[in-house]
Design a protein around this ligand. Structure first.
Ligand code: PLP
Length: 222
């Protein structure tokens, strides 16, 4: 973890992606000072949150189904991958139920792979232009999240991150000019966070470089 931290620009935050790693690994990172952890499975997130210190900031970074929002509404600090108005509305509803305002990022699809979720730049612009989201008092949109194509081509990765960075600037000017909270750009994983932070990332989601390789051969362990 310290090795990763040493390579981060001072204003870039590390989200330690702890999915599939046992509680002892998270506790060790906690003891070394880490307070922001990212998980991408709801059951695992909830179980870890219950077991670990309460001053941890839990980020949900995976694809989120609307019927699962309720399990994390009372404690989640940031939901990274909001990819529809429907999901935004459900987060709003569940947040209001527990008297919270939940911070979220809108996921932007720029990667070449078909399988990655997210709004296209046109879709997100359309959604924001519709204004319905402004009435959702239980959510606060604080920025964008994106994943680059899984490739060795660093030029392509840099281009994809830069497109999201530019989109971020445009959306900020057009829809969030009076909202200083809209300032986060979640981009970069173990393989590409160094590139991401050269293209405006404020938050990198790093897993295997912090905790080692994940073992997917069994269900998650605590
Ligand atoms: C698992 C995951 C990461 C971390 O991946 P590493 O390559 O292990 O750093 C980052 N972002 C998302 C959305 C993930 O699901």
């Amino acid at each position: 973890m310290q090795k990763v931290k040493a390579t981060l620009k001072p204003d870039v935050r590390l989200v330690a992606v702890s999915k599939f790693h046992p509680l002892t690994d998270l506790q060790e990172a906690y003891d070394a000072g880490q307070r922001v952890f990212g998980e991408s499975h709801v059951q695992e997130l909830v179980a870890k949150q219950e077991a670990l210190p309460k001053d941890i900031e839990w980020h949900f970074i995976g694809h989120l189904q609307t019927n699962k929002v309720k399990y994390m509404a009372s404690f989640v600090s940031l939901i990274h991958a909001v990819d529809s108005l429907k999901l935004l509305k459900e987060i709003d509803k569940q947040a209001q139920k527990v008297g919270r305002v939940i911070d979220v990022l809108l996921q932007i699809h720029v990667a070449a792979e078909e399988t990655k979720f997210g709004f296209t730049p046109d879709e997100v612009t359309e959604m924001l232009a519709e204004d319905e989201w402004r009435g959702l008092k239980g959510v606060r949109i604080v920025g964008l999240m994106a994943m680059a194509t899984n490739t060795d081509d660093e030029v392509q990765i840099a281009n994809e991150f830069e497109r999201v960075h530019e989109l971020f600037g445009q959306l900020k000017e057009r829809f969030f000019a009076t909202e200083p909270a809209f300032k986060e750009l979640s981009m970069g994983m173990s393989g590409d966070y160094l590139i991401a932070q050269e293209h405006g990332s404020t938050m990198v989601r790093v897993g295997s470089m912090v905790f080692g390789e994940r073992d997917y051969s069994q269900p998650f362990r605590l």
